[in-house]
Write a protein that binds this ligand. Structure first.
Ligand code: ZN
Length: 286
């Protein structure tokens, strides 16, 4: 799998001279399978840049196919959707996975975003592309999902007073976990969540805060870099990518988070875990 980061910021976009290196767009990660499958992890404002690049491909001819995996529907994970150019091209097809009890409920969440109070698009019926909706709940006994040759498993993580889906993508013996927006209880991740992360080649994990800032804002339901490090060590992952930085953190503060996280990983016995901070344009091979 080839992974490209298009948006790495949490809550709201944060453009400006102090965020140019990591980028100011909200959450969006693109994954390409070996068979050419395209999976889009969340549709924050980062998806707009992905959309522009896709218009150089079959998506401009209405022959594009992609899966959209929504972790949850807070604004920073869907706000790029109405501005994603491929949705306006008739013939393109999208399979949307996301937390809901039914496909109608999942469609209704995105349809609500098109309401004329919020958007001039009025309704998803005005979009040219065709959408299929697959609800996921992230329960332990959920059936594994599949998109092309990519196997998808998911787990509901606690996120403030709601929850957020973490996804594990597997292709052959390679694995990538995407776990944004998670506020673990004091004892850390559940056994089910650790099982989802276990041995992943890459774990993209929420690292919204420093531990001090997380303590001040516990009810918001986000992780610190320390939570990410502890989860990575306990799950025995190979590479940890810090993600979903607070909108007020400058590039220098994100640099500092990486340094502090590296020291903590080494102290916790995670010396062999490669550590990266996600940035717009960063590409990884899994
Ligand atoms: Zn978020």
């Amino acid at each position: 799998m080839e992974v490209t980061f298009y948006g790495v910021r949490g809550s709201i976009p944060a453009p400006g001279p102090e965020t140019v290196r990591y980028g100011g767009n909200t959450a969006c990660v693109a994954v390409r399978g070996c068979g050419g499958e395209l999976l889009i992890l969340d549709m924050g404002t980062g998806v707009i840049g992905l959309g522009r690049s896709l218009l150089q491909s079959e998506f401009c001819r209405g022959e594009g196919r992609a899966a959209i995996l929504l972790s949850h529907a807070h604004w920073d994970h869907i706000q790029g959707f109405p501005f994603f150019p491929p949705i306006f091209v008739p013939g393109n097809r999208f399979t949307v996975f996301g937390p809901a009890r039914s496909s109608a409920m999942l469609e209704g969440i995105l349809e609500g975003q098109m309401n004329p109070h919020f958007s001039p698009l009025y309704t998803m019926r005005n979009l040219g592309a065709v959408f299929e909706f697959v609800p996921v709940e992230g329960e332990v006994d959920d059936e594994p999902l599949r998109y092309g040759d990519i196997h998808i498993r998911c787990r509901a993580n606690p996120h403030g007073n709601t929850f957020c889906i973490a996804y594990r993508l597997e292709e052959g013996d390679r694995s990538l976990v995407y776990a944004p927006d998670v506020g673990y209880p004091p004892e850390g991740p559940s056994a089910a969540t650790l099982a989802l992360y276990r041995g992943a080649d890459v774990l993209i994990h929420d690292a919204t805060y420093t531990p001090q800032d997380r303590q001040r804002r516990l009810s918001r339901g986000y992780a610190s870099y320390a939570d990410a490090a502890e989860a990575a060590v306990r799950a025995g992952v190979r590479r940890l990518v810090l993600f979903h930085f607070d909108q007020d953190y400058t590039d220098e503060q994100v640099d500092h988070i990486w340094t502090q996280c590296r020291e903590l990983l080494d102290r916790l016995g995670g010396q062999d875990i490669e550590l990266m901070a996600a940035a717009e344009g960063l590409q990884l091979s899994v």
